[in-house]
Design a protein around this ligand. Structure first.
Ligand SMILES: Cc1ncc(COP(=O)(O)O)c(C=O)c1O
Length: 454
C-alpha cells in the first residue's frame, strides 16, 4: 500500500525539512568529521534516518533537547540504557559520590555486598559478576560455559543479537548455519562452534542439541533484535527440558527483556535459566552489566582448573566502584515495582492506540510488545521466527521514511528498527503525539501513493 515513489518523495522532502530545522547540528557535523573516524565518536551514531546526527544538549526523563533547541519525545532511550529515564538524579548522586572517593580500585567497596544481595533477590540467581557491557557479559558466560561443560558448541536462534560477540554472528539460510555476512574482519569460521536454529521450533532445537556437543543455548527470552518475536506458549518450558537432557546450559540474555517487569521476563514468565545476562539499563545508563549463575553452575565454575591462576576472562574496569554504586542506585531507586507499573501501563496504552490506528487505516502492520517495549512490525501478523520476519525488515525505505517523519515531528524511536520504549516519565501526551504522528504518516502517504498511482 505504500507506493515506492511516494516514499522516495517523502524522504527527499523530510530530509530537507530536517536540515532546515537542524542548522546547528548540520554545521557541527563538519567539526565532528575533522577528527572522529566516521564523523562521530561511535559510528552507530550515524545510523539514524536523519541526514546528520542530532547533537544532543540535554536529556531529562523521556525528553531530549538538541543544540538547535528542538525537543524530542524519546522512545529510543539510548536503545534501552535510559529505560528508567535520562538524567536521573539518583544515578548522578551515586556516581558522583563514588567518583569523589575514587572511581576504581581493583578492590570491592563496602557497597558491593549489598548490591550482590539485591541482584540475587531481584533476579533469583545467587551468584553474580559485573562487566562493562552486555557484550562482555555474554562473552564471559560463553567462555565459562565451554570451560565447565568441556563442550564447544553454542546454540543461538536465527536473527539473534547479543552484542559484539563474535560467536553469535551467524544466521540460518536454507536450513544451514552460515556466517553473518555483516560481520567485518572475522577470520575464524564461527559455524564450526555455533549452531543457529529457528526460534519457536522445538524439533529444530532438539536436532541442534542431538550431537551432545552443545555447551550452552544463548537466547533472549523474546527476540528483540529481529523486529520483535515472542515465544509461543510452552516454548521455554520445553526448551529448558531439552537443554537439561542434553547437558547444555541455558543462558538467558535479559538486556532488552528487562522491560518485562522488575525481575525481567525470567521472573514474569517463571523461567529457570542456569545463567542470566542483564546490561544497558541495569546501571541507569552508566556503563555496566551483570551476569548471574545458579548455585550449581557457580560450583562448577569454581572447580574449573586455572593455569597459573589465570582465566583470560575480564577487563580492568569491570566491577569498578562507580558502576557498583550505579547498579545499587538503579535497583533500589529506579527499577522499582512502581516504576514498572507506570512503564507497563504506558506501554499498554501506546499499543492499544497504535493498534487502533493500524485497524482504522487498514495498515498491513501489527504491534508486538513485551512489557514496556513495543515494536511496529510491517507484517499483518506477528512473525514466529526470523525467516518469517525478514520480509518485514526488508522494507527499508518504509522504515527509513517513518523514522525520519517521526524525527521531524519531535519523536525518537530506536534507529535500527521500529522499537519504542516507555519509561516511568513518559506521559500520555507523549504517547498521543507518537500515535498521532504514525497516523498522519499513514494518512499522508496512503493519499500520496494513491495520487501517484492514479
Ligand atoms: C539482547 C542484547 N544483548 C546484548 C547486547 C549488547 O549490549 P552492549 O552493546 O551494551 O554490549 C544487546 C545490544 O543491543 C542486546 O540487544
Amino acid at each position: 500500500m505504500f507506493n515506492t515513489m511516494a516514499l522516495s518523495d517523502l524522504i527527499a522532502r523530510e530530509t530537507q525539512r530536517f536540515l532546515d530545522t537542524h542548522p546547528k547540528s548540520a554545521a557541527h557535523a563538519d567539526a565532528l568529521k575533522a577528527h572522529w573516524l566516521f564523523g562521530a565518536p561511535f559510528h552507530w551514531m550515524n545510523d539514524w534516518a536523519a541526514p546528520v546526527a542530532i547533537i544532543t544538549e540535554d536529556g531529562e526523563g523521556a525528553m531530549l533537547t538538541d543544540i538547535d533547541d528542538n525537543t524530542y519525545d524519546d522512545f529510543c532511550l539510548g536503545d534501552t540504557p535510559g529505560m528508567f529515564g535520562h538524567g536521573r538524579p539518583e544515578i548522578a548522586r551515586a556516581v558522583a559520590e563514588q567518583a569523589r572517593r575514587g572511581a576504581t580500585f581493583m578492590l570491592p567497596t563496602e557497597e558491593a555486598a549489598g548490591v550482590g544481595a539485591l541482584l540475587a533477590e531481584r533476579f533469583g540467581l545467587p551468584f553474580w559478576q559485573t562487566t562493562l557491557s552486555a557484550s562482555d557479559a555474554n562473552r564471559a558466560l560463553i567462555r565459562w560455559a565451554r570451560a565447565v561443560t568441556q563442550k564447544s558448541v553454542i546454540v543461538v536462534f536465527d536473527g539473534c543479537y547479543h552484542g559484539m560477540v563474535e560467536d553469535c554472528f551467524v544466521e540460518l539460510r536454507h536450513g544451514r548455519t552460515r556466517p553473518d555476512a555483516g560481520l567485518i574482519g572475522q577470520v575464524f569460521d564461527m559455524t564450526r562452534t555455533t549452531r543457529a536454529g529457528p526460534f519457536n521450533d522445538i524439533g529444530a532445537l532438539e536436532a541442534a542439541l542431538a550431537q551432545g556437543d552443545v555447551a550452552a543455548i544463548l537466547a533472549e527470552p523474546a527476540m528483540t533484535n529481529c523486529g520483535m518475536i515472542l515465544p509461543e506458549p510452552n516454548f521455554w518450558k520445553r526448551a529448558q527440558a531439552l537443554a537439561k537432557k542434553a547437558g547444555a546450559l541455558l543462558i538467558l540474555d535479559e538486556t532488552h527483556t528487562l522491560s518485562s517487569g522488575p525481575g525481567g521476563a525470567t521472573k514474569a514468565w517463571g523461567l529457570a535459566p542456569d545463567a542470566l545476562v542483564i546490561g544497558k539499563a541495569i546501571a541507569g545508563g552508566f556503563p555496566a552489566a551483570v551476569w548471574g549463575v545458579s548455585a550449581e553452575l557457580a560450583e562448577k565454575i569454581a572447580a574449573v582448573p586455572r593455569s597459573g591462576g589465570r582465566s583470560g576472562i575480564g577487563t580492568t574496569l569491570a566491577g569498578n566502584a562507580m558502576g557498583i554504586a550505579a547498579i545499587g542506585a538503579t535497583l533500589r531507586e529506579l527499577a522499582t515495582p512502581a516504576a514498572f507499573e507506570a512503564m507497563l501501563t504506558g506501554a499498554d496504552d501506546l499499543v492499544a492506540k497504535l493498534n487502533s490506528v493500524i485497524a482504522d487505516r487498514k495498515l498491513p502492520w501489527c504491534v508486538v510488545h513485551i512489557g514496556a517495549r513495543a515494536e511496529i512490525v510491517f507484517a499483518p501478523e506477528p512473525p514466529k521466527n526470523a525467516a518469517a520476519m525478514r520480509p518485514a525488515l526488508a522494507q527499508s525505505e518504509l522504515n527509513h521514511a517513518l523514522h525520519l517523519y517521526l524525527m521531524n515531528r519531535g519523536i525518537l524511536i530506536a534507529p535500527f528498527h521500529m522499537m519504542m520504549l516507555v519509561c516511568p516519565a513518559t506521559t500520555t501526551q507523549q504517547i498521543d503525539r507518537l500515535v498521532a504522528a504514525v497516523d498522519s504518516f499513514a494518512e499522508e502517504y496512503a493519499r500520496e501513493g494513491a495520487a501517484k498511482e492514479a
